[in-house]
Write a protein that binds this ligand. Structure first.
Ligand code: GDP
Length: 195
């Protein structure tokens, strides 16, 4: 994928702030620290387009990155902070669900999980929300450089089983360090978004 343009175009807290161009959208979600910013930066060959997720207590937003004026990579707020109040969790939930359920432009939803860990209850809930959209779902296992091939071979079925991955759902091994999985992910994005 040749990246001519990669810019943050929109930081939205409200639906009324989402972009109106109609470009197809690919949304990324995952626990905080899973490597979401690194993955987005790796995809678009930039060092710091996406920033590490904000700290608990700060307002979370949905960030839209304009890629080549024909696609948005959509960065959903990270989850899984231990110290987040119930009220904040609720706000976060309605923001993400609101986006996922109402967005025609959304073509592909991507759940990031750390290859080293079993998916959490939050990951499973997120995946359920993603499935309910009826859009194509991809699960990306991040930080694959941190495990040996043997360890990866053991961990992949554990993750797939915990998430009850189906035939229609694509699973990709990824590393921002080695760029493993980058082209594979772009192929899925391009074919799903028709770009
Ligand atoms: P985010 O909170 O999900 O946006 O996570 P970040 O992208 O900020 O990454 C969290 C931490 O994991 C940082 O210290 C990154 O350098 C590290 N990290 C992210 N991706 C990888 C990866 O593929 N391999 C390795 N070894 N470290 C990674």
């Amino acid at each position: 994928m040749i990246i001519r343009k990669a810019e943050i175009e929109c930081v939205a807290a409200l639906k009324s702030q989402y972009p109106t161009t109609g470009y197809p959208e690919v949304a990324f979600a995952g626990r905080s620290n899973v490597g979401k910013s690194s993955l987005i930066n790796t995809l678009v060959n930039r060092k710091s387009l996406a920033r590490t997720s904000s700290k608990p207590g700060k307002t979370r937003t949905i960030n839209f990155y304009n890629i080549n004026d024909n696609l948005y990579l959509v960065d959903l707020p990270g989850y899984g902070y231990a110290k987040v109040s119930k009220e904040e969790k609720k706000k976060w939930g309605s923001m993400i669900e609101g986006y996922l359920n109402s967005r025609d432009e959304l073509k592909l939803v991507i759940l990031l999980v750390d290859i080293r860990h079993e998916p959490t209850q939050d990951d499973k809930l997120m995946l359920e929300w993603m499935r309910q959209t009826g859009k194509k779902v991809v699960v990306v296992a991040t930080k694959s450089d941190k495990l040996s091939n043997n360890q990866i071979a053991k961990q992949v079925p554990v993750i797939k089983k915990a998430l009850k991955l189906t035939q229609d759902e694509t699973f990709i091994l990824f590393s921002s360090e080695t760029r493993r999985g980058k082209e594979e992910l772009w192929e899925v994005i391009k074919s799903t978004c028709g770009i």
